[in-house]
Design a protein around this ligand. Structure first.
Ligand code: GLA
Length: 379
């Protein structure tokens, strides 16, 4: 039986969500052992993943992980700045811990992310004397800088893929390289300013060379349901495929909210990329209870959690209809006690997942698992 937390009364005034406070996460709560496991419910359709920090691999979070999830991704410790902070220095122990945990628990491990413009290691963009290569204007120096950056990309990718290729199948090779308003649909990051779009191709080819045919290589981005962003990404991917660049799939981050975007738009994007013969993965799913940046509360009203349950139902019904085009759905967290959404876009209590901050199943869980158990919607 689901146990819903008792929640403080709330009121919505002029679009601003106001509510009274309740306590935060309780350590030592137990998981509900008798629930159907998410990974079993969706077995045969797609694997179910969760993003974690190494410290979450023990205690109740780990109990929930082991029961419901069969795929792991690093929330932060495999990003470039964390794993390769200096040209001659890799930091492996945190990433190793996650990979070993996945192996020990028979879980898939996704790698996130080889190349990104944020949480990036700035040394990539500095030349031998420490100057910012993105700011260089001299054509001869620009050509040398580009060659240097591509060599660095090759070495970074080959080293990391070489280390984990036998234990990691799905790789986010590049994350957020698209911008519909950027040149040719590319984000004008330092990567792009120094090397143009070639860094993307170089990263994919290096990943295939180091990982062999068994690794699955993804280009990931946010807002892939928005037509302009979707179409820009489509253009990039189509070009790469035409050039024989080894792209296996598209990762849709899917940081969405209770109202936006429509499930139709999410499905349309998945169908579009599938039409290129590509796999799709949902790589960072969370469903914020807030539909706008101005809303805030310290505990979320029950009727909103019920709304979220219906949203999850609709979403997973679509994912199941598209199961032949989707190999994995990964949540950007395990339970509501830990989520980047508690701090972004503003500090506020969010509740994006299937399990609450006491690790108990929410309407969101039942929306996915057994919609008949969803409470009635408020009028
Ligand atoms: C992006 C990144 C993730 C994570 C989230 C928010 O979606 O791909 O790695 O940083 O932002 O935390």
């Amino acid at each position: 039986m689901a146990r819903f937390r008792s929640l403080a009364p709330s009121i919505i005034v002029a679009g601003l969500l106001l509510c009274a406070s309740t306590g935060a996460a309780a350590q030592g709560s137990r998981i509900q052992a008798d629930l159907p496991a998410l990974k079993d419910v969706f077995a045969g359709a797609f694997s179910i993943g969760a993003a974690v920090e190494p410290f979450q691999l023990s205690g109740t979070t780990a109990d929930l992980l082991a029961k419901h999830y069969n795929c792991l991704v690093a929330e932060n410790v495999m990003k470039p700045a964390a794993i390769h902070p200096a040209e001659d220095r890799y930091i492996w122990f945190k990433a190793d811990k996650l990979v070993q945990y996945a192996v020990d628990h028979g879980m898939e491990m996704r790698f996130h992310t080889l190349i990104w413009h944020t949480q990036n290691a700035e040394w990539f963009f500095r030349d031998a004397v420490g100057s910012d290569m993105a700011a260089e204007t001299d054509p001869a120096k620009r050509a040398a800088n580009k060659a240097l950056l591509l060599k660095r990309v090759e070495s970074h990718v080959a080293t990391i893929v070489g280390r984990y290729k036998d234990r990691v199948v799905s790789w986010d090779v590049v994350n957020e390289v698209m911008d519909p308003n950027g040149p040719g649909g590319y984000r004008e990051s330092s990567w792009y300013k120094i090397a143009g779009p070639d860094y993307i191709e170089t990263a994919f080819r290096a990943a295939r060379a180091a990982g062999g045919p068994g690794v699955k290589l993804y280009i990931t981005d946010y807002g892939t349901d928005e037509p302009a962003r979707r179409d820009a990404l489509y253009g990039i991917v189509k070009d790469m495929l035409a050039k024989g660049v080894p792209v296996d799939g598209v990762g849709h981050q899917s940081h969405i909210n209770v109202r936006y975007p429509t499930v139709q738009a999410i499905g349309d994007s998945i169908r579009l990329f599938a039409s290129l013969g590509l796999d799709n993965q949902i790589t960072e799913l969370d469903v914020s209870v807030y539909a706008s940046d101005g809303e805030s509360c310290t505990s979320v009203p029950p009727e909103l959690l019920v709304e979220q349950g219906y949203r999850y139902r609709e979403l997973f019904e679509e994912f199941l209809r598209l199961k032949d085009c989707i190999s994995n759905v990964t949540f950007w967290g395990v339970a509501d006690d830990h989520s980047w959404l508690h701090n972004r876009p503003i500090p506020r209590r969010d509740a994006p997942f299937a399990f609450d901050d006491q690790f108990q199943a929410k309407p969101a869980y039942w929306g996915m698992v057994d919609p008949a158990k969803l409470p009635a919607r408020a009028k």
